[in-house]
Write a new protein. Structure first.
Length: 285
């Protein structure tokens, strides 16, 4: 007789509950279990060399990838503490339907609260800039990763994933014309990191083998395989987006905030306090 077991897991956070329920109700074949154990060993992060908590100098809320979900960004922003620093991790455009209005809203929030609100560059903003600078060579990648939705949000018609170089150049020119004055410059000037205390915020990740001040912008924007596998050993915590997770988590020197708002309908903020407390707040459709 083969025995099976059902496991129910639920994660709780202050003021709300983020459910993450998985059921396993069939026996796992021996060969499949061997492979599963192998990959668990390969992917398990090492433990930090010390147990210092995440401790920014003041309260900070870190908001994951918005991807054109303006209604969720506005709702989540209203839930944050008025004293909090607010850092958006980038990827404001693409995939969702309201990229243009999201960029304008974020720019206006930052201009109105320059000492409180920080917006970081994400790799999707990089691809958008590349489309503006060199559409013939760089445009196809952006269009295949959500750029079509962004163009539509700016009222630029006729774009397709596959276009000829002259067509790409024409669409790029239309996008430039459609963007409000100063918006392109604001996007280009976005920083790639923010830090307070032993907390750093970047879009995608950081090489755990290098000091934070020695990281490349490419790593901050596109990530590092070692970042997801290994913990830092210097007491630094890195909050990030880019990699979608079912449930936001704080683990092994990382705080993961990207819960795939454009398809899950859940936008997440990690609230980090100077006393080491970290918890998550969400806005949902």
């Amino acid at each position: 007789m083969i025995l099976t077991k059902t496991i129910r897991i639920q994660y709780k956070y202050p003021s709300f509950i983020v459910p993450s329920v998985r059921y396993f109700d069939r026996p796992i074949p021996k060969r499949e279990q061997t492979l599963l154990n192998f990959f668990k060993k390969k992917s398990a992060p090492s433990k930090p060399a010390d147990d210092r908590p995440c401790a920014p100098d003041s309260p900070v809320s870190i908001i994951g990838d918005v991807h054109g979900c303006l209604n969720l960004a506005q709702s989540l922003y209203e839930k944050l503490g008025a004293e909090d620093q607010v850092v958006f991790v980038g990827d404001f455009v693409d995939r969702g339907e309201n990229s243009a209005d999201t960029l304008i809203w974020l720019r206006d929030r930052q201009r109105a609260n320059p000492d409180r609100v920080t917006c970081l560059m994400g790799n999707h903003e990089v691809m958008m800039i590349e489309f503006l600078d060199d559409p013939a060579k760089r445009g196809a990648r952006w269009l295949s990763h959500g750029g079509l939705q962004t163009l539509a949000s700016f009222g630029v018609p006729g774009a397709r994933e596959i276009m000829q170089p002259d067509e790409l150049m024409a669409v790029s020119a239309q996008l430039k014309e459609a963007m409000p004055d100063g918006l392109e410059d604001w996007i280009r000037a976005l920083p790639t990191s923010w830090n307070s205390g032993n907390l750093w915020v970047v879009h995608a990740g950081a090489n755990p083998e290098l000091p934070m001040n020695s990281q490349s912008e490419k790593t901050f924007l596109w990530g590092s395989g070692a970042f997801l596998r290994e913990a830092r050993t210097d007491g630094i915590w890195v909050a990030h987006g880019h990699t979608v997770v079912d449930t936001p988590e704080q683990r092994a020197s990382k705080i993961s905030t990207d819960t795939g708002a454009y398809h899950s309908g859940r936008l997440t903020a990690a609230r980090c306090l100077p006393n080491g407390e970290v918890y998550f707040i969400q806005a949902t459709n």
